[in-house]
Design a protein around this ligand. Structure first.
Ligand SMILES: [Zn+2]
Ligand SMILES: [Zn+2]
Length: 390
């Protein structure tokens, strides 16, 4: 236990400093071990310079995962036990308060696309306009306050989902991405992206606006000013659902007022009536658009074919030959409680690598260490058992 690294900087720290492999035999040993694990060649001077501790024979000391897995003081990320999940927050990168879509940026934001920025701002403008109109209706006693409050709540949820969709990394593939264990077993060759020069997971596409490869990319949405991919599809669906509900809600409200209520109480104030008329057209447009997008997304989930893939397949008449599997809802909304499904919070996936379609050398190394440790433990237990029996 004394060899257990105390800080995260001691283990798994990717260092960009160049270290000659001849200076120490230990890193080169680890690299050969890594290249065997990953089945790939990655520039070791850039990514895989792990500062493990080594024993006298130059062998890497495997930390003891088994004794201290529940301790909060443990700096190592826990390896997944059956039925459990883990969030890999150990990304070896210091957080930087910078916006962009490049790998080293701290906060994901598409700032290069002006049309997208304008369209995303327009969503906020129109939503705020509709909320103000409904609030004015309640103030002028055109509708009961409770109905206005419900609308404002729905509007807030829609805007929160919009912000989350725009500012969440849709599943960009990092430079150090490698195929998963199963993918390597199934096929010796894997596709690469010509632009990113990275491993290209299945169902991922290169987005020219984000300038990145995005896992399970559905499409690049200018209204969100972001790609819709594996990691932010949940927020996008929530935005569609809340916006659809907002539009349907106001149309029912205005329709009821217009067709079924002739009383003096139901007459809207003359100042608000023009705002309501404009909002009615806006709501009809929003209702039709979000309905078609919701059908689009649902079709994508049911068939497992995203919007881009579907367009490609339709163009080449290969729709009937597709063998994609439907996407399970837990791969979109996560395995948290059902209440988290309706909130724009990041989903937690049971197997992050499987959902994203790639793995990372760090994660593979940890898995390998865990397997070695488990087999060592089993051997030791087996040995002890034999001693007892004899
Ligand atoms: Zn790419
Ligand atoms: Zn994009």
């Amino acid at each position: 236990m004394s060899s257990y690294p105390e800080t995260s900087s001691e283990i798994g720290t990717a260092s960009t400093t160049h270290q000659a492999s001849s200076s120490s035999s230990s890193p080169s040993l680890l690299r050969s071990c890594l290249s065997r694990t990953c089945g790939c060649q990655i520039d070791p001077s850039e990514y895989l310079d792990y500062k493990f501790k080594y024993n006298k024979n130059g062998e890497a000391i495997i930390p003891d995962f088994t004794n201290d897995t529940t301790s909060a003081s443990s700096s190592l990320p826990r390896i997944r036990n059956p039925g459990e999940h883990y969030i890999d927050s150990h990304n070896d990168q210091p957080f930087s308060f910078s916006f962009g879509t490049a790998e080293e940026k701290g906060i994901w934001m598409n700032s290069g696309d002006q049309a997208g920025s304008i369209m995303a701002s327009l969503v906020w403008l129109l939503m705020t306009y509709s909320a103000v109109t409904v609030t004015l209706l309640t103030v002028t006693e055109g509708i009961p306050p409770i109905l206005g409050m419900i609308y404002t709540f729905l509007c807030t949820m829609a805007l929160a989902s919009h912000a989350k969709t725009s500012l969440t990394d849709p599943g960009s593939v990092p430079r150090a991405a490698v195929p998963m264990e199963e993918q390597r077993r199934e096929s010796p060759s894997h596709s690469m992206c010509g632009q990113c020069q990275t491993f290209k997971p299945l169902m991922s596409h290169h987005c020219r606006i984000c300038n990145r490869c995005v896992s399970r990319m559905d499409h690049h949405c200018p209204w969100m000013n972001n790609c819709v991919g594996a990691a932010n599809l949940k927020h996008f669906i929530l935005f569609l659902i809340y916006t659809w509900t907002c539009a349907a809600y106001s149309l029912v409200l205005f329709g009821w007022n217009y067709f079924f209520c002739a009383d003096e109480d139901c007459t809207f104030h003359v100042l608000v009536i023009h705002l309501v008329r404009a909002m009615t057209f806006l709501c009809i447009g929003a209702f039709l658009f979000t309905s078609s997008m919701l059908m689009n997304v649902t079709y994508g989930l049911m068939t497992g074919i995203g919007t881009i893939d579907r367009l490609k397949k339709k163009a080449t008449n290969t729709m009937s030959q597709s063998d994609e599997e439907p996407i399970p809802l837990k791969d979109v909304f996560g395995i948290g409680g059902y209440h988290t499904w309706l909130l724009p919070v990041d989903p937690v996936f049971d197997d992050y690598d499987r959902v994203m379609g790639y793995s990372m050398p760090q994660r593979l190394l940890r898995e390998q260490q865990f397997m070695e440790q488990a087999s060592l433990k089993a051997q030791m237990e087996g040995g002890a058992g034999t001693v007892e029996m004899t």
